[in-house]
Design a protein around this ligand. Structure first.
Ligand code: NG1
Length: 469
């Protein structure tokens, strides 16, 4: 069948256009002989976060969009009972591993740890079901890696969903998002659930206001007059090295702030800042920050001794609870104090901004949305200390070119920025970025693939491709 006939013959879930289908079919052609007849293909998108940065692991809201760049995994059950995984990009070597109760990870930084994370997540979730079938898989990732667009979650989500399909396991999308969010801890990053949730639940032309504990989403239509520009600083935010340590450090700092606030406010069972906010019928960031400042020094020693004293708990128990144990333990550089006050000021202020931004976007008040994005960047730079000179420079260029707002997106420490502008100004924003940033950083280079106007796309879905190949 020719492509158009094939598409007409099958009802494709949203997100599968002829290009995605053609990518999947190319992978099917490469499936090794012996794979059984049923072949599934899952596509899962990356994301760009509009606002709500470093709030998800405190259980506080975020406002991302799924983007129209995806990872596709084609999979079929095999007869070896093992996972046999290859990548369309030869830079990522093929891997093979046994499906066991606790899958041991590869060395830190190995791409296939995200595959293992997904499989382990499914094993943990369905532990009552013995005999999961092994699968052959081929991965084709088109979300640029290490650029803050969550290529990692696109890989984890597509692998988990493809593996579930091969094993005929089903979960509703909210439960699947919750499962995959936790699975990614396997690689050693104590992330929140934003990336996996939007990759699974994303909706074409919509941003998602996502709340946690329990996970729930409100889709907000992107105003037709709005354009989103994403530009990669090309400063690599390597999540397997120093950046991971910085990220996990912030998770600990936020958890400390939460517990100190919980104690000061006499709230039971507080572990994250979201617990504090959920326990208060009315709250505002300024008051909570004032309360925290009155209850604790702004910084605390990294050995957690001072913090344990304030909280009246034993240092060793507290250490194990906060930093984790074994392979998921976070290492803290003990030469620097933990910045409790600044981090909380960012997270609480950012939460107020996300809530306002969701309303502003829904009502089409783009100027207000832009102002909130600018304030978010400032707070990430000053209080969360996860911006860089290069990200700041990119943000400046976007604003100079007419963006209503611009900010780093994702974890920071490198990676990308997102800018919001009127659709009519998109060219001038891009030109300003090209001239003011790329031409200076990379004289003579062609920046075309480093920045783009991105569209909000659909979330992940799986199709049975063997019937159509
Ligand atoms: P990146 O590094 O941009 O994929 C990370 C976390 C998110 C969130 C953001 C900061 C993972 C998989 N992702 O995103 O959950 O915490 O940082 O807002 O850990």
């Amino acid at each position: 069948m020719v492509q158009a006939e094939k598409e007409a013959a099958m009802t494709l879930p949203d997100g599968w256009d002829s290009e995605e289908l053609a990518r999947a079919e190319l992978l099917v052609d490469r499936m090794y002989a012996g794979a059984d007849a049923r072949i599934v293909a899952c596509r899962a998108p990356g994301r760009v976060n509009l606002i709500g940065e470093h709030t998800d692991y405190s259980g506080l809201p975020v406002l991302p969009v799924a983007i129209d760049r995806s990872t596709i995994v084609v999979a079929a059950a095999n007869t070896t009972g093992e996972m046999e995984v290859s990548n369309a990009d030869p830079a990522w070597p093929s891997r093979r591993f046994a499906i066991e109760r606790q899958i041991p990870p590869y060395a830190t930084g190995d791409w296939a740890n995200y595959v293992k994370a997904a499989i382990q997540g499914v094993i943990d979730r369905f532990s009552a079901r013995a005999n999961l079938r092994g699968a052959s898989m081929i991965v084709d990732g088109r979300v640029p890696p290490a650029s803050g667009l969550s290529s990692s979650s696109a890989l984890t989500v597509s692998t988990a969903i493809a593996f579930m399909a091969v094993n005929q396991l089903e979960l509703d999308p909210l439960a699947a998002a919750t499962m995959v969010a936790r699975s990614e801890w396997y690689v050693g990053t104590r992330g929140g659930g934003m990336d996996q949730a939007v990759s699974i639940l994303g909706r074409r032309d919509h941003a998602l206001f996502i709340e946690f504990d329990p996970l729930r989403v409100r889709a907000i239509k992107m105003p037709a007059k709005a354009a989103l520009i994403v530009a990669d600083s090309r400063q690599v935010a390597d999540k397997s090295g120093a950046v991971r340590a910085e990220y996990n450090r912030r998770v600990v700092e936020c958890a400390l702030a939460a517990r100190i606030l919980g104690r000061a406010l006499k709230l039971d069972g507080v572990k994250i800042l979201g617990d504090v906010i959920r326990a208060l019928p009315e709250w505002n960031a300024a008051d909570l920050v004032g309360q925290l400042a009155a209850s604790s020094p702004a910084c605390l020693g990294a050995d957690l001794k001072e913090a344990a004293n304030i909280l009246d708990v034993t240092q060793s128990e507290f250490d194990a609870e906060l930093l984790g144990q074994g392979s998921i333990r976070s290492a803290l550089d003990s030469n620097r104090p933990l910045e409790v006050l600044k981090r909380a000021r960012h997270v609480l202020g950012e939460t107020e901004r996300v809530i306002r931004a969701a309303d502003a976007l829904e009502a089409g008040r783009l100027d207000e949305m832009g102002t909130l994005m600018n304030a978010s960047h400032q707070s990430l730079a000053d209080d969360f200390e996860c911006s860089t000179e290069r990200l700041d420079a990119l943000v400046e260029c976007a604003r100079r070119g007419g963006a209503l707002g611009a900010r780093l997106t994702g974890a920071g420490f490198g990676g990308s920025i997102v800018a919001l502008c009127d659709a009519a100004s998109a060219d001038s924003v891009i030109e300003s970025i090209d001239r003011g940033y790329y031409a200076k950083q990379y004289p003579g280079a062609a920046p075309k693939s480093w920045r783009a106007v991105l569209h909000a796309g659909a979330g992940a879905s799986v199709i049975d491709i063997s019937a159509n190949a």
